[in-house]
Design a protein around this ligand. Structure first.
Ligand code: 13P
Ligand code: SF4
Length: 357
């Protein structure tokens, strides 16, 4: 739908009034009405790197979800303030791992005698206190564009030298990366279920496994199924199936290409005219790709509609409200991580930023 012209004008005027004092970041899953006002767009890795790119900007307006804004606060200077236009823009996956649960799980690993040889790796999609836990315990953060390098680092003697990885909170990214990119087997993986007594694993299972996968998932990407892949192949015979690694293992196994949102965009851009693509990721991005590449057939890999409800909370009215308040000198919806949490989370984030390209 077209944006309200009045709001577009107000957003433009507020941006102009703020000039270089504001830096607006937009994740690829954001609505078009919001993306048009972003200084940079990207996947979560690119945005984490770019957040610190404008040290002269007093305000970072983060059009994305809460954990991304927290990471931006950790990675930017103390003089910079991060604003999330709607505080209800969380992430259901990040909410599936709470720090107290993770600390209890670590105690469970200690009990089984495996904590000392385990490296905790958390997906970017987690709260700052979990990133901090990983930093304090010799681990790192990863995103969907560097999960392979992060696991290689965790297992390598030149890196963290671990025998096992506790992977938080997305079991699918952990499993897909371990099995399809590191050559581990499904039998090397066990699921750590915070809702089961003893986390649903025996000491023997913990000792035998290499990947301890937290039982979290993305409610958007988790909806794609192996049946949708089969159905689209039947419907469009030459179709290329391109999915995000947050999808379930059987969906990724059945796809032709897998990668982060940035990878998805680049792959479609480089594809020849006339080629056909079924894309398994958030719908705002798939729709944008379809409208930017009219010479290619681009369809959504599912019959039902899958927006990320929390990403969609950042809409033009919220962005205008945040910007106009900044013009008036009021910082609304500031995201601020406390100094101790930020210190250790930064250690884990810096380990990620130091991974080979
Ligand atoms: P990327 O931005 O790393 O592709 O991750 C997708 C996502 O789910 C962000 O919430
Ligand atoms: Fe979280 Fe999934 Fe939405 Fe990303 S798409 S913000 S992982 S719920």
């Amino acid at each position: 739908a077209a944006s309200d012209p009045d709001l577009v004008e107000r957003a433009r005027a507020a941006r102009e009034a703020l000039g270089e004092r504001v830096f607006v970041l937009g994740h690829h899953y954001q609505r078009d009405e919001v993306i048009q006002f972003a200084d940079v767009t990207g996947d979560s890795f690119k945005l984490a790197r770019d957040a610190a790119a404008r040290p002269e900007a007093e305000y970072i307006v983060f059009c994305g979800v809460h954990f991304m804004a927290e990471s931006a606060d950790i990675l930017t200077g103390d003089h910079q303030q991060v604003v999330l236009p709607d505080l209800a823009a969380g992430c259901s996956m990040a909410d599936m791992a709470r720090i107290l649960q993770v600390e209890d799980a670590w105690a469970r690993l200690e009990e089984a005698g495996v904590a000392a040889s385990t490296v905790p790796i958390t997906y970017m999609n987690s709260s700052a206190d979990i990133k901090s836990f990983c930093g304090r315990n010799g681990g790192a953060v990863c995103t969907s564009s560097n999960a392979k390098q992060a696991l290689e680092w965790a297992f390598s003697p030149e890196g963290a030298g671990g025998e096992k990885v506790l992977f938080l909170p997305d079991q699918h990214l952990g499993r897909n990366t371990a099995v399809l990119q590191l050559g581990l087997s499904l039998d090397d993986c066990v699921v750590i279920d915070p809702h089961k007594p003893g986390f649903g694993v025996t000491d023997d299972e913990l000792r035998a496994a290499k990947m301890l996968l937290w039982k979290g998932h993305c409610s958007v990407h988790g909806r794609f199924t192996a049946e949708s892949v089969a159905e689209v192949r039947e419907r469009i015979p030459d179709v290329n199936v391109l999915v995000h690694p947050e999808c379930q293992h059987e969906v990724v196994v059945g796809a032709d290409y897998v990668g982060s949102t940035e990878y998805i965009i680049k792959t479609i851009a480089a594809a020849p005219a006339g080629s056909a693509w079924a894309v398994g990721t958030e719908l705002n991005l798939v729709k944008r790709l379809a409208s930017e590449h009219p010479d290619k057939t681009i369809v959504f890999l599912e019959k039902t509609v899958c927006f990320c409800a929390t990403m969609n909370r950042i809409d033009l009215p919220h962005l205008v409200w945040a910007l106009e308040n900044l013009v008036e000198g009021r910082v609304v919806n500031r995201i601020e991580v406390d100094a101790d949490t930020a210190h250790w989370a930064r250690v884990a984030l810096d380990r990620m930023l130091a991974l080979p390209g």
